[in-house]
Structures are given as C-alpha cells and as structure tokens.
Ligand binder design. Sequence first.
Ligand code: NAD
Ligand code: MG
Length: 384
Amino acid sequence: MSGITILGSTGSIGVNTLDVIRQHPGRYEVVALTAHTSVDKLYEQCLEWHPRYAVLRDESAAEQLQNRLASSLPDIEVLAGEAGLEKVAALPEVSIVMAAIVGAAGLLSTLAAAQAGKKVLLANKEALVMSGQLFMDAISRNQATLLPIDSEHNAIFQCLFNQDKNAVERILLTASGGPFRTWSPEQLADVTPAQACAHPNWEMGRKISVDSATMMNKGLEVIEAHWLFNLPTEQIEVLIHPQSVIHSLVEYADGSLLAQLGNPDMRTPIAYGLAWPQRMASGVARLDLTRVAKLNFEAADFSRFPCLQLAYEALIAGGTTTTILNAANEVAVDAFLNQKLAFTQIAAIIEQTLGHISGRPAQTLEVILEDDQQAREFATAKLT
Ligand code: NAD
Ligand code: MG
C-alpha cells in the first residue's frame, strides 16, 4: 500500500482524487487529508477514510473538527495551520503527495513534499509559477518525482515519455477558450461571477474557473510548462480547441505531432499520476470519437484576452515577475468573485501591479514571499 497525503482534499481535485482511490481498494492508504475551513466536508471524509491526520489551515475550524471527532474517531490526529500542512506533506509513511490546494496558499506545503523527496502530484500550478527554479531544484536535489496533474501538462508528459527530448520542436497547449471565447469586449464588461464559473467543458473550483474565463489559466500554464519541461517561451504555444478533447500536443523534428485525447475529466490525469509508471482504471467514460465527430482549432486572441499576453511577458521578464503576476491575479480574481471588481478590470489590476513592482532574481524563498506580499498589497490598494 502506498501512503498518500491529499493537500486540499475537499476541493474539486481532492474529491476527484479520492474518487479514483476509492476504485482501488488496498492499493493506497489515505494517511492525511487537509482543507482550509471546510469542517463539514473534512469531517465526512474522515468518516469514510479514517486518515491518521486531518488538517485545517484555519485554527478555529481545526478546533471544531477536533470536537466533532473526539467522540466518533478519537484516534485521528487533528492539526492546524501552515505547520500542520507542512508536517503531513513530509511524513515518512507517506510516499505520494497530491498538491491540490488552490493558489499561493499551497506553496510551502508543496515545497515541503518536494524537500521530503515524495512523489509529488502537482495540481497547484500557482506554486510552480511563483517559485519556478527554486521548486524544480528542490525536486531534483531531493530525488523527488514530479508528475503534472494539470490536464495539458499531463498530456505533454505522456507525449514526451520515452521520446527523444532533443527532437522536440514545440509544445502546443490546448485551451477551450473558456465560456467567453466568442463574446465581444462590450459583453465582457458585464460578466458576473456565476457566468465566469460556468465553464463549458470542465467542473472546477471557482478561482481556476475565473482564470479559465480570462485565459490567465492558460498563461499560468505556459509558465508551468516552461519549468516542467525546461523549454524556452518560443517553443510553447497556445492553441484554442473548444471541445477540450485533445489535452495538448508535442511536435517533433520529423513533423510528428503526438497528442493525448480523452473526455475532459480530471480523473484521467489523476489516475495516471497515482499509478505512474503503470496505468490503472479512473472511472472516466470512454471518448466516443464518432459522437465527437469534429475537432476545431483556432489561434488564441491575445487582444481580447490580455491576461495571456501579460503571462507571456512575465515569463520573458523572468525572476519574481511571475510571482508578482500570480499574486496580483489572485487579489483581482478574489475581488471579482466578491463583486468588487469588473471582469475586464482583472487584467488592468495585474498590469498596473507589474508596472509598479519590478521583478528580481528569484533566488530564495524569502525574496519570493516578499515580492508576493508586496504585489498583494499594491493590487489590494488599487482596488479601492
Ligand atoms: P478548489 O477551490 O475546488 O479546492 C481548493 C482546496 O484547497 C480545498 O480543499 C480548500 O479547502 C483548500 N484551500 C483553499 N485555500 C486554502 C488555504 N488558504 N490554505 C489551505 N488550504 C486551502 O480548487 P481546485 O479546482 O480543486 O484546484 C486546486 C488546484 O488545482 C489549483 O491550483 C488549480 O489551478 C489546479 N487545477 C485544478 C483543476 C480542476 O479541474 N479543478 C485542473 C487543473 C489544475
Ligand atoms: Mg489545465
């Protein structure tokens, strides 16, 4: 049995991970489950999975969970705060860590898993966008294994596996274009959080849904791909593919394009990561190509989706510029979700923040956290 910690077990990726594990009794032992404030959901998960540890980032939520478990499951150790998250990411009895916290909040625990030499299943792209080289160094220095769960990167990983890496000419990250792919700029100005969170092909958490709607998600993924696959910006392209059936492609020197296809369901990349280098059932319905019938492609429209352009520019600028981009985006998306910012102002806040705070070499965690904080403060001040 492989011991697993799921960071962010109550979220969309966390729940899908447990769904895949449920299909393979005796293969994985759920050692630790974590959430931010969701006492009810984590309590339910504790009843089903009996983990050794349950962690809530929020201290008072942890106290509530402790009280509820005291009578039913007193042997589950309840931990709180960042220290609790980092502890369960590095437990000796754990070999696999699913990093599925959303946003910068997942950085330290994901890094702790890398430093502890775990098999890290990376869903939390923001951690890599923030800390790039530092994170990749932690993986290699500690002989950790990094497996991308983001569907595009998982597809590329599959298309690169056992191939001649020197013959890669470019990778094509597919993007559905989100719910507003065909909307006019005027229509975009009035977008509501509910509209932005209704993605045409994927069911996801609220933050990544908004990122998909602005296409910042694809921008973050370009940055993620740069670090994961050690490729320069010029070799990473975005291709709009509204059906989300081809999850991404790799083009080789001989003109071959390798793609990975499947129904848009995160349980495929999750099962791939869990079982790697083997494969196992995921519960995902088979793709019926005769029903799909047609696959469409178009170029990405950078002018209508300025977040994509900002992400490319941040990657080229390098250092902590991507940290600043990510932090400003998190502040702006949160404000949009709380109806304090118009949809089209998200890009404006990020651009202003990038214009005000200069990136610098991202050599230490202190520098990264400092620039993250500075960007958050600036972006927050711009909201009012
Ligand atoms: P979600 O909002 O559904 O879940 C987030 C999880 O993180 C929850 O368990 C929540 O309790 C926890 N969390 C939130 N804030 C926290 C904090 N401050 N401290 C500790 N824990 C906290 O998000 P999601 O859609 O599951 O996405 C998770 C990550 O996976 C994101 O980085 C996202 O970009 C990435 N991802 C998601 C999908 C998807 O289909 N949902 C696809 C690709 C990548
Ligand atoms: Mg993705």
